[in-house]
Write a protein that binds this ligand. Structure first.
Ligand SMILES: NC(=O)c1ccc[n+]([C@@H]2O[C@H](COP(=O)([O-])OP(=O)(O)OC[C@H]3O[C@@H](n4cnc5c(N)ncnc54)[C@H](O)[C@@H]3O)[C@@H](O)[C@H]2O)c1
Length: 313
C-alpha cells in the first residue's frame, strides 16, 4: 500500500489508473487542472487538488501536503495537431510542468515515478513494429516534448536513485475517452456513428495505428510500480490496424451503414505506427489481454450508456 499522486487523474487514462490504485488499497491524490479532464471522473475516495502543473507554487504545495511515494505522471497537453500550431504551450505543460514536479524538495523522496510517454517519440520510423531501441525522431512538438520529459526524468532518477518507468503508449482507447478532441480516433468515430453520422477519416485511411485498450494500459502502469521498474517500455499490442479497418469494425458494431468521408491529413501524423511490446512482456510480465474487437465492443457499449443517460436527463 503506497501514497500515490496521479497527475492528470481526472482524465481518460488517469481516472482509470486512480480507480485501480484505490481498489488495490493505495492512498491516492490527484493533481489536475480539468483542462481536458472532468470533475465527474474524479474518484470520491481520492484527494483532489485542482491546479496546474505549470504553476510551481501549486505543485510544491501539493507535493508537500501529499508526500507521495509514487507519482504516476499523466498530466499533459496531448493534442498533436494543436501542438503543431502552439508548440510553446505544449512545451510549457509537458516540459516545464514535468520540471516543476521534479524541482520540489519532496520529489527527491520518491520511491518510483511512472511516466505516460507516447509512441509519438519515434516519429515516422522504418522499424515496424517499433522496438524501444529504434531511433527517436518525433515529427511533432508533442512528440518532442514527451521525449524531452523522458530525458529529464531519466536524468533526475539517475541523480537521486529513483526508478523511473517510462511507458510509451500506443493509441489508447476505451470508456471515458473524449470524443471531441482530435486525438482519440476510436472515441471520435464511435460518437459520430452512434449519432448516425459518417466518420471523417484524415487522408486515405491506410495509415495504421496500434490500438491498446485502456484496461491493459492501467495494468502496465501498476505492474511497473510493483516491479520497481526502471527504463523504457513500449505499451502496445504489436498489431497494426488501418484507420479504414477501424472505421469498418466500428460501423459493424454500431450497425451503421454510413460510409466514411475523407479529409486532408494533418501535420505530424506518421504513416505507420505500431509498437513492439516484447520488452514489457519479458521484463514486466505485461502483455495486452483485450483483443481489439472486444475492446471496441466495450467502448461502444459505454458510449451508448452515456448517450442514453443524456437522453434520460
Ligand atoms: N490517449 C492516448 O492514446 C495516449 C497515447 C500516448 C500517451 N498518452 C499520454 O497519456 C496521458 C493521459 O492521456 P489521456 O488520453 O488520458 O488524456 P486526457 O486529456 O484525458 O488526460 C490528461 C489529463 O491531464 C490534465 N491536465 C492537462 N494539462 C494539465 C496541467 N497543466 N496541469 C494539471 N493537469 C493537466 C487534463 O485535465 C486531463 O485530466 C498523457 O500524458 C498523454 O500524453 C495518451
Amino acid at each position: 500500500m503506497s501514497k500515490v499522486l496521479v497527475t492528470g487523474g481526472a482524465g481518460f487514462i488517469g481516472s482509470h489508473v486512480v480507480e485501480a490504485l484505490l481498489e488495490g488499497g493505495d492512498t491516492v491524490a490527484i493533481l489536475d487542472d480539468l483542462s481536458t479532464g472532468k470533475k465527474e471522473w474524479v474518484h470520491s475516495k481520492a484527494r483532489f487538488f485542482e491546479g496546474s502543473i505549470t504553476d510551481p507554487k501549486t505543485v510544491e504545495r501539493v507535493m508537500e501536503e501529499v508526500k507521495p511515494e509514487i507519482i504516476h505522471h499523466l498530466a499533459a497537453h496531448k493534442d498533436v495537431r494543436v501542438s503543431v500550431n502552439q508548440p510553446a504551450h505544449d512545451a510549457a505543460v509537458n516540459i516545464s510542468g514535468t520540471l516543476n514536479l521534479l524541482a520540489t524538495p519532496q520529489a527527491r523522496e520518491l520511491k518510483q515515478i511512472v511516466f505516460a510517454s507516447s509512441a509519438a517519440v519515434y516519429g515516422d520510423t522504418v522499424e515496424i513494429p517499433t522496438p524501444e531501441t529504434a531511433s527517436t525522431k518525433p515529427q511533432s512538438p508533442y512528440g518532442i516534448s514527451k521525449l524531452t520529459g523522458e530525458h529529464y526524468l531519466r536524468w533526475f532518477g539517475a541523480l537521486h536513485k529513483i526508478p523511473v518507468a517510462v511507458l510509451r503508449f500506443a493509441n489508447v482507447y476505451g470508456p471515458r475517452q473524449d470524443p471531441y478532441g482530435e486525438g482519440g480516433v476510436v472515441a471520435v468515430f464511435t460518437e459520430r456513428l452512434l449519432r448516425g453520422k459518417a466518420p471523417v477519416i484524415f487522408g486515405d485511411g491506410k495509415q495504421t495505428r496500434d490500438f491498446v485498450f485502456v484496461g491493459d494500459v492501467v495494468a502496465a502502469m501498476r505492474v511497473a510500480t510493483q516491479e520497481n521498474s526502471d527504463g523504457i517500455f513500449n505499451i502496445g499490442t504489436g498489431k497494426e490496424t488501418s484507420v479504414n479497418e477501424l472505421a469498418a469494425q466500428l460501423a459493424a458494431i454500431t450497425k451503421s451503414a454510413r460510409k466514411p468521408t475523407h479529409t486532408a491529413l494533418g501535420a505530424g501524423d506518421p504513416r505507420r505506427s505500431v509498437l513492439d511490446p516484447t520488452k514489457a512482456r519479458s521484463d514486466l510480465g505485461w502483455r495486452p489481454t483485450i483483443p481489439l474487437a472486444n475492446g471496441l465492443e466495450e467502448t461502444v457499449a459505454w458510449f451508448r450508456s452515456q448517450s442514453s443517460q443524456t437522453t434520460q436527463n
